[in-house]
Design a binder for this molecule. Structure first.
Ligand code: NAP
Length: 245
């Protein structure tokens, strides 16, 4: 059986590394190509399919039997496309979505619906902001005056975008609580803007903010399609085993 994993997350990478050893499974992995990720198998393809139609054409041309959507929780377009394509072709589809972070005692979160809502709310209380939302949506913050931004991303933004006023650091997680605390203190940060990505790799900044009494503007996840879902790689592997037998 041919399994397609829609990837772009650590979980997708781990699932691919395990699924490749399953008997009777031929693996394909698809990446958006947002960052220069290491190629995880010879079967990796990179780049958009061309919307739902392109995805359907690809699934048919490659004779895909099973689909696991292990994309980032904020990559909602590809997830909706996958749900439509799978339904149209009658393919079993599983979403592998890590659980959200929940606020605990001591957290000072302001939850907002989307990135624009974060832009709208920041000027009412923030002066020095740590932006940890990746590089795709960072430009919308350049409409804000009077706030200094520390921006962290894995790779440089595209050359033609105008960054908000501040400092850019290029780093890939996981990060430790202590190094996050040092960074926040060094730059006198009063507010963090984060997506509710979940997972451990970038959670240290949330603990650091809690311990330092720093505010977090937490961007809620976009709506994902209905359907079968698991939260971890083991659950996804079990699903693959079950569906193929
Ligand atoms: P998206 O809005 O869901 O996807 C936009 C388009 O990118 C899709 O319609 C599809 O193009 C292509 N695409 C996305 N994932 C793909 C995959 N695995 N294989 C092939 N094509 C794929 O997602 P996004 O633009 O990548 O990101 C949206 C949000 O997710 C951002 O907030 C970003 O920071 C976050 N995020 C994404 C990734 C990632 O690897 N994608 C990783 C970390 C964070 P076609 O319509 O042409 O098929």
């Amino acid at each position: 059986m041919k399994l397609l994993i829609l990837g772009g997350t650590q979980e997708a990478r781990e699932l691919a590394e395990k699924a490749i050893n399953l008997s009777n499974i031929e693996l394909k992995v698809s990446l958006a190509g947002r960052i220069n990720q290491a190629v995880i198998s010879q079967q990796t393809r990179v780049g958009g399919f061309g919307g739902v139609t392109g995805l359907i054409n690809y699934l048919e041309a490659e004779n895909i039997d099973l689909l696991v959507d292990a994309t980032h929780p904020f990559a909602a377009n590809i997830s909706h496309n996958a749900a439509i394509a799978a339904e149209k072709l009658g393919l079993p589809l599983l979403m592998l979505v890590r659980s959200e972070w929940e606020s605990v005692t001591g957290d000072k979160w302001v939850e907002v619906e989307n990135i624009q809502a974060a832009v709208d709310i920041l000027p009412s209380f923030a002066k020095r902001v740590f932006l940890t939302i990746g590089r795709q949506e960072v430009t919308v913050f350049n409409q804000i005056e009077n706030i200094w931004f520390l921006m962290r991303m894995i790779e440089k933004p595209l050359l033609d975008i105008v960054l908000p006023k501040g400092l850019l650091v290029l780093e890939r997680g996981p990060f430790s609580k202590d190094s996050e605390k040092q960074l926040l203190q060094k730059h006198n940060i009063d507010t963090i803007v984060s997506k509710n990505s979940g997972g451990n790799a970038t959670y240290a900044k949330i603990i650091a903010a809690r311990e330092l009494g720093i505010q977090v503007v937490m961007v809620k996840r976009p709506m994902l399609p209905e359907g079968e879902r698991v939260e971890d790689v083991e659950g996804a592997l079990e699903w693959v085993e079950r569906v193929r037998s």
